[in-house]
Design a protein around this ligand. Structure first.
Ligand code: AMP
Length: 217
């Protein structure tokens, strides 16, 4: 099963991705997580990536495509995967097509900008694993510490109001055209395309997604 989550930052894609990977035994591939971990290496490439992320701008397609290809070659992707944050541009989507990587489901998360700005303030992450928490809606067992490793959680450097606004803007310019792209693909019968209301509770969203995916399992 190959799934793509599309949605502006802070719409809850990563949170939903967490249970899907357990339930369907497929990895969550988040390009944001891959990039944040690449940045920890402190190489020339990572300095370049860090600049893009810190401006709230999308990272160069060539860099992303190289990183994602490497990740998809890993063994755990053979049964499928969930892409969270990739593709984000039509160039990236075309790269999947060019490599004959067929996608089963595209799920779009819809949330108003004001709610994104509000929600993102409480987000905390465990960088190495990509586990996501929210101080109110999905708190860790021990405040500020990861449930699994016990390591400290952090607030993402690009989760400030100013950077979120920039990221939403980037989403509208580069990623919204992808919605048309996949709607067209769904008309052609190449993917199944669904929209979900990301303003619902996490549980309701989970049930919606379960209903969408139930035909496969
Ligand atoms: P995310 O964790 O998905 O919110 O991504 C964090 C940041 O990583 C984004 O604001 C971009 O700078 C960069 N990024 C993640 N995925 C992509 C992608 N597919 N294409 C370009 N830049 C990306």
């Amino acid at each position: 099963m190959r799934i793509i989550f599309i949605g502006a930052p802070g719409t809850g894609k990563g949170t939903q991705a967490q249970w899907i990977t357990n339930q369907y035994n497929i990895p969550k591939i988040s390009t944001g997580d891959i990039l944040r971990n690449t940045v920890l290496d402190n190489t020339e490439l990572s300095k370049k990536i860090k600049k893009f992320i810190n401006y709230g701008k999308l990272v160069d397609d060539n860099i992303i495509i190289r990183l994602i290809k490497k990740r998809m070659e890993e063994k755990d992707c053979h049964q499928g995967f969930l892409l969270d944050g990739f593709p984000r541009t039509v160039v990236q989507a075309n790269e999947l097509k060019k490599n004959k990587i067929k996608i089963d489901y595209v799920i779009e998360f819809l949330l108003q900008d004001e709610l994104i700005l509000k929600r993102i303030q409480g987000r905390r992450i465990h960088t190495k694993s990509g586990r996501i928490y929210h101080i109110t809606y999905n708190p860790p067992k021990i405040e500020n510490y990861d449930d699994v490793t016990g390591e400290k959680l952090v607030t993402r450097e690009d989760d400030t109001q100013e950077k979120i606004k920039k990221r939403i803007q980037e989403y509208k310019i580069f990623t919204v055209p992808l919605i048309q792209y996949y709607k067209y693909e769904s008309i052609l019968g190449n993917v199944k395309y669904y929209k979900i209301d990301a303003n619902a509770t996490a549980l309701k969203i989970k049930n919606n997604i379960k209903n969408i995916l139930k035909n496969s399992y």
